[in-house]
Design a protein around this ligand. Structure first.
Ligand SMILES: [Fe+2]
Length: 346
């Protein structure tokens, strides 16, 4: 087996492939690392055939959907997953063929209703069902401590003790252990009574993951995160530096339209000399009156550079093929000591 483990903070993703046929599967990819996974697959001569989420993640943004569009390969999840974009839904005991390898799905609800573990040769990818020295939490949507107890003690922990476990989370830099080692030393697994186990899980008092509502929006219904919207806009527009804009102000022949997309009060408190005000919220509805020439060179700025990037992407989508965004924004312009005008538009 060809095996790569990729950490994103405490989240672990795995790329594994058949050494003979080079068919590969990517397990629990995180959206900010897509280029990293593809580079590793290319380096190892692997062809990704399956994109697998072990469960609906509440703490990171799944990259399966985006990669699936890019690579035209199926997103694999458990049959009970709510994600509308899952193409291939596995039931307990069902297998995927990966070259000469077999990936067997074990339905292990508890952390979430749709949690599954994946057994492949001498390993088992445990998702958030079993972690090194811990287990997944059961207090997030669809979590169930008694179901986790059954999944662990009546299913996962009855597998061969020599199997290596590869969890979806590891915060202390340990790479893997075995089922046997976890049975012997994992503190949560020493609580063998189901009710006592459930009580322990109910009283952990863990804090909520930082991006939980956004992660569920992305992972359960296939929406986009704010970071993803910004990354896509950033990749689709050209940028102009503060210095280039400053130099442009001194050019009497410049035809550049400088567009301030902040709100009116911010504009009146201080704007780039000669800038026009067109707040982001009114952009689409006022653009026809304000910008009649779609070939006009337009520079868009806001306070810090995020809204202007989104606005520039919108303008380019609407046909303003020469719209560019300012690299950073009015705050940096002021900090640089460049000229500022106050008051309303002439
Ligand atoms: Fe999770």
């Amino acid at each position: 087996m060809i095996f790569e483990q990729i950490a994103t903070g405490g989240c672990q993703s795995y790329l594994m492939g058949c050494a003979e046929t080079r068919a590969a599967a990517l397990i629990d990819p995180e959206i900010s690392q897509l280029d990293h996974y593809l580079a590793l697959a290319a380096r190892d001569g692997l062809h990704i055939r399956y994109l697998i989420d072990t469960h609906t993640h509440a703490d990171h943004f799944s990259g399966t959907r985006k990669l699936s569009e890019q690579l035209q390969v199926p997103v694999v999840m458990h049959r009970s997953s709510p994600a509308p974009y899952a193409d291939l839904r596995l039931g307990d005991g069902e297998m995927l063929m990966l070259g000469k390898m077999r990936i067997e799905a074990l339905h292990t609800p508890g952390h979430t209703r749709d949690s599954m573990c994946l057994r492949v040769e001498d390993r088992v990818f445990t998702g958030d069902t079993l972690l090194i020295g811990g287990t997944g939490r059961t207090d997030l949507p669809s979590g169930d401590p008694l179901a986790l107890y059954d999944s662990l003690f009546k299913r996962l922990l009855r597998l061969d003790p020599a199997l290596t476990i590869c969890p979806a989370h590891e915060y202390k830099g340990r790479t893997s252990t075995t089922i046997g080692e976890e049975l012997a030393s994992n503190p949560r697994l020493q609580v063998r009574d189901p009710q006592a186990f459930a009580e322990m899980m109910r009283t952990l008092n863990l804090s909520m993951p930082t991006h939980i509502t956004e992660a569920l929006r992305v992972n359960m219904v296939g929406g986009k995160s704010v970071a993803q919207m910004l990354a896509e806009a950033t990749a689709s527009v050209p940028f102009m530096s503060l210095e280039a804009l400053r130099a442009n102000l001194d050019d009497p022949h410049s035809s550049l339209i400088v567009l301030d997309v902040r709100e009116r009060d911010a504009y009146e408190a201080g704007h780039v000399p000669g800038a026009r005000l067109l707040p982001r919220g009114q952009l689409e509805l006022r653009v026809n009156q304000e910008l009649p020439d779609p070939t006009q060179r337009i520079l868009v700025y806001c306070e810090v550079g995020k809204i202007s990037t989104l606005a520039t992407a919108t303008l380019r989508e609407m046909g303003f093929s020469c719209a560019v965004a300012l690299d950073s924004g009015m705050k940096a312009w002021r900090d640089a000591g460049y000229p500022v005008r106050t008051g309303s538009m002439p």
